[in-house]
Design a protein around this ligand. Structure first.
Ligand code: ADE
Ligand code: ZN
Length: 354
């Protein structure tokens, strides 16, 4: 599907570029694109399975469309094998931060999947240290505020998740990791499997934040369970919440933000077209959401292109983007002073164009 340019004039594109943007749903391992994958494979002497694409071009073709969430995750997990050293994790995250800095990203709450690495013998401290160094550099040199969120892989045995939690304890206690999430295949691994895991991590630090992927490929019930049983304050994806009017009211009343990833939903074929996504229902019901890139190297859309594609599909006015931007700032886990500064910046950008 190619997108016509209606609703996205050059002026609108410039406005979207200028808006201070936040990401709350970005898997650092999902920024591992063909252009970094093959050099890292060479650097670390890693070979791929025989049926894995052999060139950047072949891989880019494969990434045009995925057979559902699992179809994408297959490539995501195989590719991780090239990440071995602290320098690899640093390079991956730093490449992402420098790129999105040019697209107007000012705040990034980023996910990582330690089990995808510890399972291959890479110690969690190596992963955390490489990613954290890139976060600190992004704050100091690019002015991007960051939070690091550790995700549990829900398809792994709960005992493996529990071991990972114990191995990560000191990083939560000293504030290096600030949040816990839950990702991977949703269909057969409902949130209730992870009640104890969430309870344990929330005891590590009084400020630890909780979120979970829910209502992506499965129904609204997983969103309700994540809220009720895991005590999350945010939901990743959550697009299927629109099936349940009571839940919609709750999300609006309790200001639970959905971190929506429109291009991801389209590329793994949860929807045929971005215009099918329930943004208008969410706006009408006053359910806060942010717009995110999820795994931009795989879905071939970083944050600005994602905003532009959404605009091409929905043709919103600038006031609507102001509302979305402010909800995205208020739903962030940033300090109140930074929130105020960024909200003021949104008003200034709006005034510049109106
Ligand atoms: N891991 C990386 N991207 C994901 C997604 N969209 N859903 C679940 N797990 C993921
Ligand atoms: Zn995700």
């Amino acid at each position: 599907m190619s997108y016509p340019n209606h609703g996205c004039s050059d002026e609108m594109k410039s406005f979207l570029l200028d808006l201070p943007k936040c990401e709350h749903h970005l898997h650092l391992e999902g920024t591992l694109g063909p252009e970094l994958l093959f050099p890292l494979a060479k650097r670390n002497n890693i070979s791929f399975p025989d049926d894995f694409p052999k060139t950047e071009e072949e891989l880019a073709d494969t990434y045009e469309k995925f057979e559902g969430l699992d179809g994408f995750l297959k490539y995501y997990y195989i590719s991780m094998a090239v990440l071995i050293t602290e320098q690899d994790f640093f390079d991956l995250a730093w490449t992402y931060f420098t790129r999105v800095h040019k697209e107007g990203l000012v705040h990034a709450e980023v996910f990582f999947d330690p089990q995808g690495h510890t399972d291959r013998g890479v110690h969690i401290d190596v992963v955390v240290s490489g990613f954290k160094k890139a976060c600190i550099k992004a704050e100091n040199e690019l002015g991007i505020s960051t939070k690091l969120i550790m995700c549990l892989l829900r398809h792994m045995p709960v005992s493996h998740c529990e071991e990972t939690i114990q191995d990560s304890k000191k990083h939560f206690e000293n504030g290096t990791i600030q949040g816990l999430g839950l990702d991977s295949s949703e269909a057969n691994f409902p949130p209730e499997l992870f009640i104890e895991c969430y309870k344990t991590v929330s005891g590590f630090h009084p400020d630890v934040k909780l979120t979970a992927h829910a209502g992506e490929e499965s129904g609204a019930i997983n969103v309700v369970t994540a809220l009720d049983k895991l005590n999350v304050t945010r939901i990743d994806h959550g697009i299927n919440s629109v099936e349940d009017p009571e839940l919609m009211k709750r999300l609006s009343d309790e200001k639970v933000m959905l971190t929506i990833c429109p291009v991801s939903n389209w590329k793994i074929q949860l929807v045929k077209d971005i215009s099918e996504l329930p943004f208008q229902k969410l706006l009408d019901a006053d359910v806060p959401f942010s717009i995110n890139s999820d795994d931009p190297a795989y879905f071939r859309n970083y944050i600005l292109d994602t905003f532009i594609l959404v605009q091409k599909s929905f043709g919103w006015d600038m006031k609507t983007w102001v509302k979305i931007s402010k909800n995205s700032i208020r739903g962030s886990w940033m300090e109140p002073e930074r929130m105020k500064l960024l909200e003021d910046k949104v008003d200034q950008i709006y005034a510049k164009y109106n």
